[in-house]
Design a binder for this molecule. Sequence first.
Ligand code: 4AD
Length: 445
Amino acid sequence: MTYFECFVMDDTAHVDLSTLVDLGALSKYIGQEVSVAGWITRQHAPGSKLMFIDLFDGTGSIQLVIKGAMVKPYRKLLFEQTCVSARGQVEADSRSLSGFCMQLERVQIVGPGSGEFTKLFNSDSDSLTKMQQRHNLIRDPTTGQAQILRLRASLEGRIYRWFEEQGWIKVSPPAIVTGQCEGGATLFPLAIKPDYFGKPAYLTQSSQFYLETVVPAFKRVWCLEKSFRAEPHCDTPRHLCEYTHLEGELGFCDLVGLMEHLTSLVCAIADFKPDQFAQVTYRQALELLNRDQREQGTDVEYSFGLDLTDSMERRLMELYPDKVQLLFVTHYPKALKSFYMKPDPADPEQVLCCDLLLRGVGEVVGASVREDQLEPLIERMKAEGLDLDSYAYYLDLRRFGSCPHAGYGLGLERLIKYLGERAGLTVRSVRECCLYPRSTGRAYQ
Ligand code: 4AD
């Protein structure tokens, strides 16, 4: 056998390590020969005739043992992340994590590696190095990054299944747009010269307006698409320039119905219970925060119109019992929110909206009842200096059989950060909750 012969599938079936280990099925192979393939995550040779290797194949791990004369040549060839195919006998081994190991009779190097891999990063590396090395980090199971992505994949699956069960229709709105949804400050211009079919173009901030257009076609509609924000402060643990946005729009829905829907959604996809939710109006939230300030002996007084900062949101959440993990804050001042939100008929200075705050993360959902009347909408758009022609399609909705409707956007990476931490993983930032984050610009892959 040469060390570098081509990789050919062995006659012995290759088994996924997860099926062996997770199902405890390895015991049925004890004494038998099996063939496995994967990447070395650790190798250790305590003596000249004994070598231990942890092999990971993307589904699970197993300990391999090389004994005798084979050790000498392989010591110089097997490094962390070398890809190997191995064949050997399964044995019970109480010292190995899985309770099993494989005594190797044959090792084939599928993809050679080198000792350089371990020098690329370590757990103490700074965050920029970790981002620049992210492609190498993810494949190393000891970093926990693949586990976060695994959790994300499972969450996405649950979201799809839940909406399908509920009879919602999924659409895929475009990412290139010609107008804003969430204010000009975070609009991402596309550098197409001179422009896009005669108009400036941007990457979408939200698919909301397109979802609204299909409410008369489907009544309840959702999407899971990318949204883009040219965030000025993208180094925070909760901001990305490109994030995954779960958005939904419900025909014939008011604020109460919207919050009921959001509660069912979040409980179904993320295993929360309704008693982990609480609800407060913006005005009540200010009162709670002001009372807290007085109790702290400060003379700070928050008044109507002030936006809740990250630290205010965090403090607000702390004022609730630990059981409360999610807090709806409703009825924000109109001046703080987007032009499409419907003013509260009981107090037109506030809008029919709710933000959902998640303990330890902050705002995870932004939601509102939409302005469904043409004239007030046009007035708000003019006040914002928006070019009405670019939104003709949006206004048509109010021209032809408008209906009361409401909708929301949930930042998937923020939810994943929470769920990762709840599952015991270390998740420093939403940047670790997507494959290759677009954030600071310095660490793009
Ligand atoms: O509150 P936002 O800006 O709402 C909208 O975009 C609405 N048009 C959505 C809708 O009603 N269809 O954003 C919604 C959520 C936020 O609550 C947050 O979770 C997430 O999107 N989000 C971000 N996540 C990561 N990085 C960013 N820069 C984000 N900006 C918003």
